[in-house]
Design a protein around this ligand. Structure first.
Ligand code: SAM
Length: 158
């Protein structure tokens, strides 16, 4: 089956190179950026500004290659790619929960972005604690990583 998605917009971020960016939105380095939503989709933004956080789903457009076993930024051990957030996935889709600061026309302003500049945006969903925050979650192998949210990709294990 071939599935073709078309971007609804593009993400403008301060990051031009993977080495200089946070691994996840929860990084202690707060960087702002914005999404430019293409005209055909602007009506879909109605009422989104009422939410403090949104889930961004995007195409990791600079990723090349797939690895089913990866050594993620935060560990020296190999893990199955589906047990990680590594970009080398069969379908290079990224997702980030980010703070929505404001919406002005077709521009959405965010805090805590963790994707490269010009990343194609595929979808936006409101983050709803009642839907998305499960009871008693565990963190798998990440439980052994000291302070995962403070790490940046340029401080990764080598
Ligand atoms: C570990 S992934 C996590 C992305 C997202 N928060 C997720 O969980 O799906 C973040 C890394 O992906 C890489 N990356 C970000 N945007 C990218 C893009 N547009 N194309 C290729 N790689 C990208 C950078 O190396 C960045 O540090």
């Amino acid at each position: 089956m071939n599935i073709v998605y078309h971007p609804i917009g593009r993400l403008v971020t301060p990051f031009e190179r993977p080495e200089e960016m946070p691994i996840q939105p929860c990084s202690t380095i707060v960087k702002q950026g914005y999404a430019v939503i293409f005209d055909d989709f602007v009506n879909g933004l109605k009422d989104l500004a009422m939410f403090s956080h949104v889930v961004l789903i995007y195409h990791l457009h600079k990723q090349s290659g797939v690895s089913l076993l990866v050594k993620p930024f935060l560990d020296v051990e190999e893990h199955g790619v589906f047990a990680t957030r590594a970009p080398a996935r069969p379908n290079p889709i990224g997702m980030s929960v980010v703070r929505l600061l404001k919406i002005e026309g077709n521009i959405l302003f965010f805090e805590n972005l963790d994707m490269l500049n010009d990343t194609p945006l595929l979808d936006i969903k409101p983050y709803v604690p009642e839907f998305d925050r499960p009871d008693n979650p565990t963190s798998g192998w990440l439980s052994n990583v000291e302070n995962p949210s403070a790490m940046r990709s340029d401080e990764r294990f080598v």
